[in-house]
Ligand binder design. Sequence first.
Ligand SMILES: NC(=O)c1ccc[n+]([C@@H]2O[C@H](COP(=O)([O-])OP(=O)(O)OC[C@H]3O[C@@H](n4cnc5c(N)ncnc54)[C@H](OP(=O)(O)O)[C@@H]3O)[C@@H](O)[C@H]2O)c1
Length: 217
Amino acid sequence: MNRPRVIVNCAMSVDGKIALPTRKQLRISSDEDIKRMYKLRHESDAVLVGIETILSDNPKLTVKEKYIDNPKQPIRIILDSNCRTPEDALAVNNAAKTIIITSKKCNKKYNDNVEIIECETDDENQIDLNYLLELLYNLKIKNLMVEGGSTIIWSFLNKRLVDDLYLYMAPIIIGGANTPTMADGKGIKDIDELITLEIIEVRKLGPGILFHFKMIK
Ligand SMILES: NC(=O)c1ccc[n+]([C@@H]2O[C@H](COP(=O)([O-])OP(=O)(O)OC[C@H]3O[C@@H](n4cnc5c(N)ncnc54)[C@H](OP(=O)(O)O)[C@@H]3O)[C@@H](O)[C@H]2O)c1
């Protein structure tokens, strides 16, 4: 199958949490990591998030000039089966092109920079990621940055569709049994389904640590 290179990027606390217990966003990355994250966005053809990240964080998903000179804005992709993306969400503003991936007809009215693509679903009734990646490849998206949240990252890892994983660990603890972690979803059923990674690099970045993993398929 022809598909883009998939790079997952995520910032977590020492206890593996990626948001507040209320699921609201908090700043986990340091300035140094934010700069690295923007560079990765700038170098990617597209950035992808799930609908719950749009609803909880309302991110713009663009590259800020403050961090990158002459930024190139990647296409923003939202996995949103039921077309819940609000018409005034920042990720569908005029700053860049956005593709909303749904599994049914969408009657919302977005601006002209927004394209809605209906996609096949898998046996769990979610957007079929294999189908999606082939579709994105045919749209000339060769480098895809997946930014979250936990359910989306789990799905990409579980389907073994991740090439690189960049994980910034900040020296903070958030706690909370139901606080989102880097990979939630259903989790593996048995030990033979373990997802294994190879460590490529570990380095200190500002006050935290940056891990670069590759997935062992
Ligand atoms: N620290 C970080 O780096 C970081 C980055 C991003 C987000 N976050 C945090 O992550 C949390 C949101 O994560 P979340 O797990 O609640 O939601 P999410 O991963 O953002 O979105 C999940 C939703 O995406 C849709 N979806 C469509 N196709 C899917 C597929 N194949 N696999 C999985 N989901 C699919 C589903 O909704 P439909 O069925 O309606 O389509 C699903 O419920 C927030 O608290 C946010 O702050 C943290």
